[in-house]
Design a protein around this ligand. Sequence first.
Ligand code: PHE
Length: 330
Amino acid sequence: MENLEEKIVQADSLETLEKVRVELFGKKGFIATEFAKMKEVPGPKKKAYAEGLNKRKASLQRSFDARFKLLKAQEVERLLKREAIDVSLYGSQGQKGALHPVMETMDKIIDYFVALNFAVEQGPMVEDDFHNFEALNLPKYHPARDMQDTFYFNDASLLRTHTSPVQIRTMMERKPPIRMIAPGTVFRRDYDLTHTPMFHQVEGLVVDAKDKVSFANLKSILTDFLQYMFGEVEVRFRPSFFPFTEPSAEVDISCIFCEGEGCRVCSHTGWLEVLGCGIVDPNVFKSVGYEDVSGYAFGLGVERFAMLMHKIPDLRSLFEGDIRLLEQFR
Ligand code: PHE
């Protein structure tokens, strides 16, 4: 009798306790067997026998319940411990992406002009002859078309060779005054150390009343912009030619590699050419129907800026998608 209680107390897991339960309370267990013996107990003693047995059963049941409760609590405790998450542990760090150096440079350029209240405009990459050339004072058979090696689809449509067509689209959609930049992808048949068939430009255009726009404005904003991009550099404007601006200039900064001493990158001139600009040619205004206005425009190659800022020797490496190269610009 004694060892039944002990069996319960000695069960050290819910599984063993379950075995004990079957032994005691199961169909063929101790209690059932004892009750079955009732029929052998003589009549007058039956009642006492049954009472004794019921008490015994109740007491065993109490011991069992107490043990079950304890083991169950221990089990829950164990589970909680095992499944606990230490939120202070370091996790495995996922790889962080980063902007491509060209896009990063583009963003930096855009930030400058947005801060000066320039609107950001866009146009299609597949352009037509009118927007890419004609309206920009580049009539058919004009020799200056050769400056831009164009990818043609057919006589009418082509891949834009510069972001200048966005000037035309914006002017035709809006009324002056206009103050815009147009960042975008452009295409030319060119492939060497410093040229890829696909590259990016940022165009700028300001149009306003004649007394409000001057070459001096253009000069001061571009000088400030280039010093924002490259630091304390000297800036010089060189007379040049673009069909859509007159007068036109190309803008150089003092070489950031040799500080003007002369090196391979600046072809021993001490200067690096970084953008083109000028006063909008009256023929351009004529083609978009603008009168009594003046304007200035500029255009730059984002890859060239990125190459200079990061001292990248071969432009083509930017487009090979080699993660080892890109990781250096994080
Ligand atoms: N569109 C010219 C180019 O691609 C750059 C430019 C833009 C020059 C605006 C002057 C004014 O070379």
